[in-house]
Design a protein around this ligand. Structure first.
Ligand code: ZN
Length: 460
């Protein structure tokens, strides 16, 4: 909004300063068709799209973030998106999805079984491959669009990988890294450098053998990628003439918490990585340069991680950063050509906002029970390690974990529906209750410049 007002003022000043010259130019333009024939109409701009995925972003974390930051009457950037729908998240394996099946549904338009990326439901998780399905990213690339993927997790993690890789086992991240290097992307930004370096093997990765000496960073350079390891490296890159592979941490990027503390073991403690907002702005600017159409996916990947650990304040920080990134993108995009969708792969942990607390910081405390009942925590989870587990790696240490109803080492995903927000060209098509596969169909119809078939949109 502010940018638009500034632009209009600048335009008005320009008319006053150069009024005389303008008259001459306008007169020449009026004569020109008589002399040279009718000027060719400029080609219509081709559509672009941005998909934001908040991993684990259920409705409760959105409300909690709004209340914590601006009070109940506050507005997130998400709240200003004009169209909404409800998305059903079930996978081909049952009512609760993991991130791999969910991203396959959104990126490729087909339901598959949990743990499987970019393959249909004939795949058997970890055992045999199914039929590969083309993602919207690879589809767009074939049609001459620029394509970018941005995440706060490892670039080999399920959500980003669903746009370029196919495997019956999402945990084969070394093998997924090999597919990343070969993928026809213009930019891939996030963490996960450990999977691109030669051995030693990363524990728990079934795709990495002990004698693996392959250096995928060198292989990436040989295939034409420009590599970036820090935010400063990224800022120094001003063109996408060559594809850009940003690997800003060994594992996931640090949490957004103040000071950048709370890096998980194996992560660099210093914040040399760009923030999600920084990566988003860089990606939007780079992809749209020269007027080329583009597809961009941006994942706020660590909302889910904080929820798995029952860290409420950390999850709210991650959600707020994700919301800021959405706003930063929208401020730079043209709603006449660009569709922006925001949704989640699933809800995580069953976050609840209980009782009748005061606004803002009040939700981090307890609220009074009925007479004779002890005060109880405002924020709680349905499952997870809860307040009983020492929170060594939590950015806010022991003050962050919230109680959980079912004690698990890591909170479970839930099967509740998630919101789908839409803004820009084609956004009005996003309404009603749809399946997560509708994300693919909305993007595809918009990028093809055709009207959407509502009956097809409602089908799983
Ligand atoms: Zn998860």
């Amino acid at each position: 909004m502010l940018e638009g007002r500034r632009d209009r003022r600048a335009g008005a000043d320009g008319v006053r300063a150069g009024g005389g010259r303008r008259t001459v130019v306008v007169a020449l333009l009026l004569i020109a068709p008589l002399v040279f024939g009718a000027p060719a109409a400029p080609p219509a701009p081709r559509p672009s799209a941005v998909l934001f995925i908040g991993d684990g972003m259920g409705q409760a974390i959105i409300t909690a973030t709004r209340v914590a930051r601006g009070g109940s009457a506050g507005r997130l950037r998400l709240d200003a998106m004009p169209y909404t729908a409800i998305a059903r998240t079930w996978s081909a394996g049952g009512p609760v999805t993991d991130s791999a099946a969910a991203v396959t549904a959104m990126a490729c338009g087909r339901k598959t079984v949990n743990g499987v990326l970019g393959e249909d439901a004939t795949a058997v998780y970890g055992k045999s491959e199914g039929t590969r399905i083309e993602s919207i990213a690879l589809w767009a690339k074939k049609r001459g669009m620029r394509v970018g993927l941005v995440t706060t997790t490892r670039v080999t993690h399920a959500t980003p990988a669903g746009f370029y890789a196919a495997t019956s086992d999402r945990d084969r991240e070394r093998a997924i890294a090999r597919q990343a290097v070969a993928a026809p992307l213009d930019l891939l930004l996030g963490g996960g450098r450990q999977f691109f370096r030669p051995g030693p093997p990363v524990s728990g990765d079934p795709g990495w053998s002990a004698d693996d000496a392959e250096d995928l960073e060198t292989a990436a350079r040989a295939r034409g990628w420009t590599l970036a390891a820090t935010a400063a490296d990224l800022r120094a890159i001003t063109t996408l003439d060559r594809p850009v592979l940003g690997l800003f941490a060994d594992s996931h990027l640090p949490y957004e918490a103040p000071g950048g503390q709370g890096a998980s073991p194996g992560e660099a403690p210093a914040r040399t990585a760009p923030t999600l907002e920084e990566m988003t702005i860089w990606a939007v600017r780079s992809l749209r340069r020269g007027g080329r159409p583009f597809f961009l996916m941006v994942e706020g990947g660590r909302i889910d991680h904080a929820e798995h650990a029952n860290w409420a304040r950390t999850a709210i920080d991650e959600m707020a950063a994700f919301d800021r990134s959405i706003g930063a993108a929208i401020d730079r995009l043209d709603p006449k050509t660009t569709l922006v969708l925001v949704t989640a792969d699933h809800e995580t942990g069953g976050l609840a906002l209980n009782g009748y607390p005061p606004e803002k910081e009040g939700i981090f405390g307890t609220t009074a029970g009925e007479e004779g009942e002890p005060p109880y925590p405002v924020l709680s989870f349905a499952s997870g390690p809860g307040a009983g587990e020492p929170a060594r790696d939590a950015p806010y240490a022991g003050a962050d974990p919230r109680p959980s109803g079912i004690t698990l080492h890591s909170a479970a995903h839930t099967g509740v529906d998630v919101p789908l927000y839409a803004w820009g060209a084609g956004a009005a098509e996003a309404h009603g209750t749809v399946d997560n596969t509708a994300v693919y169909r909305l993007l595809r119809a918009h990028l093809e410049g055709r009207r959407l078939d509502r009956a097809a949109l409602a089908a799983p």
